[in-house]
Design a protein around this ligand. Structure first.
Ligand code: ZN
Ligand code: ZN
Length: 350
């Protein structure tokens, strides 16, 4: 079978002919129909993240090994199954939960494998979906799609799940204000999820009028263009001068993070999600005096992916797939994402 692999970071992916894995025990071989192309794939390809003071945080220092087949947003059809698999049949359309853990750490034991101490995520620590087939270590990581479109479902496993976790972590109550920073794919998903699952008022902050208009169409109550003025002032204006109960920062860089903190009401909660790099200088007395909570969200747990697929089946959320590439075009897909040419999501159809 063919797979697009990162052999060395920063160098073009190579299309390789690799052996088709033979599933045993709980394992399932999934024929990849759609693999989402994600910003995290760019970080893998680049070999890391920009940290504070220009320090580069290398993925290899976090246990990633190359060569690697990336791709953690995988929807496909069950091709072969190990002898102990139950509840699934050949031909079932499934979404793969890629945030696999080692199974025994405290996070894994409470079903939060996405924040496992020894992660084994598909497409990051083991071969993923930029391939004709992917070997899933257990059928317990599969969610049946029940007629949902495979291309628009693929990104639920990553960006959708991340947005859902972030919205849940705000612990928003009815009537509170949740501010979403960034109206990209994740921000627009978060607006829909906040609308569907909380009764909070939703404000969206971005610099792009088109994206803001889309957020309004999807249910945002307040539209704030941060290019036109100070977003902290704008949030205070729509919250009687008090600030917002919760902020989700999908950008989370050195520019947005101070604003996100400053637009919080006393007892406010900031959920940091973006991986755009940088650092934040904390005014330390303000943390106790204003009793802030700062937390992060990274992907999500399996149980939440099941809920998310259910929300998709109820037509509560829509994700835009704007471009489709073949496996041979994997480099083009990554380059176009890097160049900011992709609106919504692009997928690879191997
Ligand atoms: Zn674990
Ligand atoms: Zn992703």
């Amino acid at each position: 079978m063919k797979a697009a692999r990162i052999i060395k970071t920063k160098e073009p992916l190579e299309i390789k002919d690799v052996n088709i894995p033979n599933p045993k025990g709980d394992q399932v071989l999934v024929k990849v129909e759609s693999a989402g192309v994600c910003h995290s794939d760019l970080h893998l390809w680049d070999g890391g993240y920009a940290g504070p003071q220009g320090v580069f945080m290398k993925v290899e220092d976090r246990g990633v090994k190359f060569p690697l087949t990336p791709g953690h947003e995988v929807a496909g059809t069950i091709d072969e199954m190990g002898e102990s698999v139950t509840g699934f049949s050949k031909g079932d359309k499934v979404l793969v939960y890629p945030w696999i853990g080692e199974g025994t750490c405290p996070a894994c034991r409470v079903g939060e494998e996405n924040i496992c101490d020894g992660p084994r995520s598909l497409g990051i620590y083991q071969d993923g979906g930029y391939s004709e087939m992917v070997l899933v270590p257990s059928y317990k990581y599969l969610v049946k799609l029940h007629g949902l479109d495979l291309n628009s479902s693929a990104s639920l496993a990553c960006s959708g799940l991340t947005a859902y976790t972030a919205v849940k972590k705000t612990e928003s109550h009815p009537g509170q204000m949740v501010v979403v920073i960034g109206a990209g794919g994740l921000g627009l998903m978060a607006v829909q999820l906040a609308k569907a699952t909380t009764n909070a008022r939703i404000a969206i902050v971005d610099i792009d009028e088109k994206k803001l208009a889309e957020a309004k169409r999807l249910g945002a109550d307040e539209i704030i263009n941060s290019a036109a003025g100070d977003p902290v002032k704008s949030v205070k204006e729509v919250t009687d001068g008090l600030g917002a109960e919760t902020v989700i920062d999908f950008v989370n860089n050195g520019k947005t993070a101070p604003n996100s903190l400053n637009m919080l009401r006393k007892r406010g909660r900031l959920v940091m999600v973006g991986l755009f790099g940088g650092s934040l200088e904390l005014n330390l007395p303000l943390v106790p005096l204003r009793a802030f909570t700062l937390t992060g969200a990274y992907t999500g747990k399996f149980a939440d992916l099941v809920e998310l697929v259910a929300l998709a089946r109820m037509n509560k959320i829509q994700s835009l797939v704007s471009r489709k590439f073949t496996l041979d075009q994997a480099n083009t897909a990554l380059e176009e994402l890097k160049a900011g040419k992709i609106i919504g999501r692009s997928v690879i159809n191997p």
